[in-house]
Design a binder for this molecule. Structure first.
Ligand code: PLP
Length: 454
């Protein structure tokens, strides 16, 4: 095998064929059970070489697959696992809570505890509502924005993903401001008729849309750290402009912080950029690896939600006690002093090492990073701020690199458009090994054979 063997974690080998026969069998069986063999499309490895590896277990920064190969994990369940796999504090809280029952459909003190923990450490929300996914959080926050403002139109940006609610599965047409067309079969035109799609990073497009519809837009939704189509880091002044222009028009600014919330800092991207959104959505990290989402805003705005107000939203498993316990455990750890600074520093070290190697060798690679999120872009551009600047031709090369990384013991999300995440439990040794593997795979990709030992 070439994935790092469980019994030989010190030195990943890259000589023999990686044995993935159990994963292969499981994937064949899964294809009979699920469309494409998976329960979420990107897991299907359609954009990279090979078939999905089936995971047996995770511990700390490592994953072990069904064949016993181990990997240093930079997917971290697509972001939630800020403290790595099976963190003892999370496991203890979950086990203790589960023993008392798993769901009641009635309030528990745990919901109060998680909400208090968040609200007392995050100045951007006065009141929250818990839901069970990021999609649900965004869908409900959009409904709230429409209910609160009495307006129907919403603005989103090309390259930002906000889950799979009908009105957000939209792609841009041509031109600066476009009425969206649905990006999925099964979404009626009527569902996206009120969704306007703009390119990121264009002040002109924003000015244009507000000129056309000065008092019709309920909200502008953005990932303040767009991390679903590469990492399209925006200028802080652009985000500030967005804040100002929405305010001038009585339009709500909705920060979708499903990825950035509790990852960039306890106050997410809002805190990082010091910009107050009117509404904010959370997911991923908030649930400690369990299905939790949330949306929040001012008391006045949240007062529009049922049963206090006229905007309806509900959920059988919302605020599930086991999920709340996991969230409390994980977010409590996030309050430790220096957590986010350390995470950013070690991610920066890893990225600098990779970038220096790429630069020295003249490879077309740029590592974009913010906090503990990074994206390996196959480009020579110094900045990529909008979806259209990504060259789709590079994805084939990424697909091959992904396979080689896997074979050498590094697990990334299976698409060149996906970002990577570093957790608090990635050790210096993990990052040194992973850095070397990244550099070796770059060497192989552009034709230089790496040295045999490091
Ligand atoms: N919003 C953002 C920014 C996301 O990244 C995602 C998922 O990746 C979602 C919303 C949807 O969250 P979920 O997959 O939990 O429904």
């Amino acid at each position: 095998m070439t994935g790092t063997n469980a019994s030989d974690t010190a030195s990943p080998s890259n000589t023999a064929e990686m044995d993935t026969s159990v994963s292969t069998r499981l994937f064949e069986a899964a294809c009979e059970l699920f469309p494409g063999g998976v329960n979420s499309p990107v897991r299907a490895f359609r954009s990279v070489e090979g078939n999905p590896v089936f995971i047996d277990s995770g511990k700390g920064s490592k994953l072990t697959d069904a064949d016993g190969n181990t990997y240093i994990d930079f997917c971290c369940s697509w972001g939630p696992l800020l403290h790595g796999h099976a963190h003892p504090a999370v496991l203890e809280a979950v086990t203790r809570t589960m023993a008392k029952g798993t769901s009641f459909g009635a309030p528990t003190a745990l919901e109060n505890q998680l909400a208090e923990l968040i609200i007392s450490n995050n100045k951007y929300v006065d009141k929250l509502r818990f839901v069970s996914s990021g999609t649900e959080a965004v869908m409900s926050a959009i409904r709230l924005a429409r209910g609160y403002t009495g307006r129907d139109k919403i603005v989103k940006f090309e390259g930002c993903y906000h889950g799979h609610a009908d009105s957000l599965l939209v792609k841009a047409g041509s031109g600066l401001v476009t009425l969206g067309t649905s990006s999925s079969a099964g979404v009626p035109a009527g569902c996206v008729a009120e969704t306007l799609v703009l390119p990121l990073a264009s002040r002109e497009a924003l000015e244009d849309v507000f000129r056309k519809y000065p008092d019709e837009i309920a909200c502008v939704i953005i990932e303040p750290v767009p991390a679903n189509n590469g990492l399209l880091l925006q200028e802080p002044s652009y985000l500030q402009f967005l804040r100002e222009i929405t305010e001038q028009h009585g339009t709500l600014l909705l920060f979708d912080e499903v990825i950035s919330g509790f990852r960039l800092g306890f106050e997410g991207a809002a805190g990082h950029y010091n910009i107050r959104p009117d509404l904010v959505t959370y997911g991923k990290v908030i649930g400690g690896g369990f299905p939790v989402g949330a949306f929040g805003g001012s008391n006045k705005m949240m007062g529009c939600m049922a049963p206090e107000g006229p905007v309806y939203q509900a959920g059988t498993l919302s605020g599930n006690p086991v999920a709340m316990a996991a969230g409390i455990a994980q977010l409590t750890l996030c309050l430790d002093k220096g957590i986010y600074e350390n995470l950013a520093a070690k991610t920066s070290n890893l990225c600098n090492r990779m970038q220096q190697h790429a630069d020295q060798m003249g490879y077309p690679v740029k590592i974009f990073r913010i906090g503990s999120i990074f994206w390996l872009a196959l480009t020579r551009s110094e900045a990529i701020r909008s979806a259209s600047e990504i060259d789709p031709e590079t994805m084939k090369t990424f697909g091959h690199m992904h396979r080689r990384l896997l074979e050498k013991g590094v697990y990334l999300g299976p698409s060149g458009y996906e970002v990577c995440f570093v957790s608090t439990v990635h050790t210096d040794d993990d990052l040194a090994r992973a850095g070397q593997i990244f550099c070796d795979v770059m060497d192989e990709t552009w034709g230089i054979q790496p040295a045999k030992s490091h």
